[in-house]
Design a protein around this ligand. Sequence first.
Ligand code: ATP
Ligand code: MG
Length: 418
Amino acid sequence: MIKGIKGVKDILPEDTPRWRFIEEAARRWADRYGFVEIRIPIFEVTTLFARSIGAATDIVEKEMYTFPDRDGTSLTLRPEGTAGTVRSFIEHNRGADPVPQKYFYIGPMFRHERPQAGRLRQFHQFGVEYFGTPDPKADVDVISLLWRFLSELALPDLTLEINSLGTTADRAAYLPILISFLRSRIGEFCDNCRRRIETNPLRVLDCKVPGCRAATEDAPQLVSHLSPEAKSHFDDVLSTLAVLGIPSRLNPRLVRGLDYYCLTAFEITSSHLGAQNAVGAGGRYDGLVELLGGPPTPAVGFAAGLERIAMMLPEKSVPQSLPSVYVAAFGSEGTQAGARLLDALRQAGLSAQTDYRATTLKGHLRQADRSGSRFAVLLGDDEAKSGSAVVRNMDSKAQDTVALPDLPRYFLSLIKGF
Ligand code: ATP
Ligand code: MG
């Protein structure tokens, strides 16, 4: 037997209603904030990700699915959506448009990580990217979109954590201070962090290893080394969030794993998720468009993990959609009339099915029951001849005789209320 790949999951029919519910909510909230959908490719040239995400990040160091194309070009399955969106933005010269470009995407991402609850190798993200304005209110739009979306889904115990990563100059001034602090305690760090002190020192601050956390407890904080410009941006974000009634918590350790962030960085977590507690994360990335060869373009965005949302979504939130009408047609004239009736019901906009393996009334009623249909139409040769059939309410067992041509209208008014 050939099995699926480790960390790559099937989403089975019993789970797709939950997924569709989440995706529909995501689209609805994106629409309310004026974000339009973009569908970017699932693979790109490797240099796009290496250059944008940064060489010394977890993703580029060890998580990418990279393979040579037949001509030798190195390609990579997208590990996230921002790089591809920015590439597309530049390639199609969208920056020349006088209106701000606000995009959202929903789709699979690929990272070679150790599979566990809430961490897969193929997973799905809903993300937004807001191009063209440095205004802190744009950061708040992006944060509040994610917050309102997750709140509407009634996910438990959401917390918004926020930090400022300062400007490039702020970080350049702060990094030597941080590095000398980290070097002074080098013996206390895990192997990974010891290496990161030289390659990506900010990441040491969000290492989950208890010893590393203790060693950085009183590390100098970036948020207390902000320039007046970065400080005023951050204050504006915080006060606007307060005006909107969105509670936030300053987390000076929040640095984000990707190189391209500046100023605002945020994460929404839930205590119900265990170790993998981040539902969504994002921030400002003002230098990225230029870094990838486009015009200087400030931008801010987030990405949220749909698997983690699906795991937490309360069962009762997902609307059940049961099949409506089961057509129990039998006998030679009955089955002919049944084929016509199924077609008429479907064309009228109703959900109508049958089971062709059943050939008797009894067999049909058993399948009607199993299918969970609300109504069954009993249609044998006699009914076909007389031109009317028996409608059975599967719940109450009440029956009604209805002329065949009237059935679509009959069910529309019963089921859809018109
Ligand atoms: P983490 O710290 O959990 O590894 P990350 O910083 O790598 O997160 P991002 O790149 O910011 O994550 O991705 C945004 C969101 O996508 C995460 O908050 C999470 O919900 C989801 N996500 C990331 N990686 C995975 C994965 N391997 N499996 C499932 N969901 C994921
Ligand atoms: Mg990760």
